[in-house]
Design a protein around this ligand. Structure first.
Ligand SMILES: *[C@@H]1O[C@H](CO)[C@@H](O)[C@H](O)[C@H]1NC(C)=O
Ligand SMILES: *[C@@H]1O[C@H](CO)[C@@H](O)[C@H](O)[C@H]1NC(C)=O
Ligand SMILES: *[C@@H]1O[C@H](CO)[C@@H](O)[C@H](O)[C@H]1NC(C)=O
Length: 229
């Protein structure tokens, strides 16, 4: 019994390993994509009042040159039920809030269909990893400690990178209009466990100019400008 247990154990892991290679060609690591709501909402009109803090947009698998993998080869039946039964769903709501849709299940399903399906973890482990990684990130405090505040003042992009790199590894930044900070992508190893530095190629694919800022006010879907005090 001990031996057959060991054999099935070994088989189990070799199946995982080969399944990973076949199902997710090119998969190298993840981006934990942290959005700054005031800029995110310029692109995706927000319906829910966002927190004035970075929020998780998604956990995206990428290849080694930093292209997101979107192949939906990893289908999962009855994803809605799985999502709604996650034991940490309330925590997930605050760590991975839906800004542009009032329906959390459809937002998370959209993220799974577009990104989750391009990586090896099954949905419960994938959502658990996203939740756990996000709990370990506090970008706003990290930037604030380095004098970079959400007050519309511009700072060199290198200041943002220097503030974050020792804690989370080198990040990849994306912007709207090249000067408004939209997202900070933190690189995560392929086991979805630890932060790693983003490589030169992906860091080079930033959409930000040399000086960037992040504003406080949020333009909502209804045109209302909302600012947390
Ligand atoms: C990553 O994906 C992009 C887009 O599909 C592709 O052009 C590039 O060659 C890939 N990089 C590697 C290292 O596979
Ligand atoms: C997606 O994955 C499936 C199954 O592994 C494969 O047959 C298909 O060619 C892939 N499509 C792309 C665009 O990579
Ligand atoms: C929320 O979205 C899910 C997935 O698209 C759907 O099954 C469900 O009916 C929606 N719920 C409401 C209240 O609209």
């Amino acid at each position: 019994m001990g031996i057959s247990f060991l054999i099935s154990f070994a088989l189990f892991f070799s199946c995982i390993a080969s399944g990973t290679a076949q199902k997710n060609p090119g998969f190298d690591h993840f981006w934990l994509v942290q959005s700054w709501p005031p800029v995110y909402c310029l692109k995706y009109p927000c319906k829910n009042n966002p927190p004035l803090d970075f929020v998780l947009h998604g956990l995206w698998p990428v290849n080694s040159s930093g292209h997101t993998l979107k192949n939906s080869s990893h289908k999962f039946d009855d994803l809605e039920t799985t999502i709604e039964n996650l034991p940490f769903i309330e925590e997930l709501k605050s760590n991975w809030p839906s800004l542009a849709s009032t329906n959390y299940t459809s937002f998370w399903k959209h993220e799974w269909d577009n990104h989750g399906s391009g990586q090896p973890l099954d949905p419960p482990d994938y959502f658990l990893a996203a939740n756990r990684l996000t709990k370990n990130v506090d970008l706003l405090s990290t930037l604030r400690r380095n004098g970079i505040l959400p007050d519309g003042t511009s700072h060199p992009i290198t200041d943002y990178v220097d503030a974050t790199k020792d804690i989370y590894g080198y990040p990849r930044l994306t912007c709207v209009h090249r000067y408004l900070l939209k997202e900070v992508n933190l690189c995560v190893d392929r086991q979805a466990r630890n932060f790693i530095s983003c490589n030169h190629k992906e860091r080079g694919s930033t959409t930000c100019g040399k000086n960037i800022n992040f504003p406080r006010s949020v333009k909502m879907a209804n045109g209302y400008i909302w600012t947390e005090v």
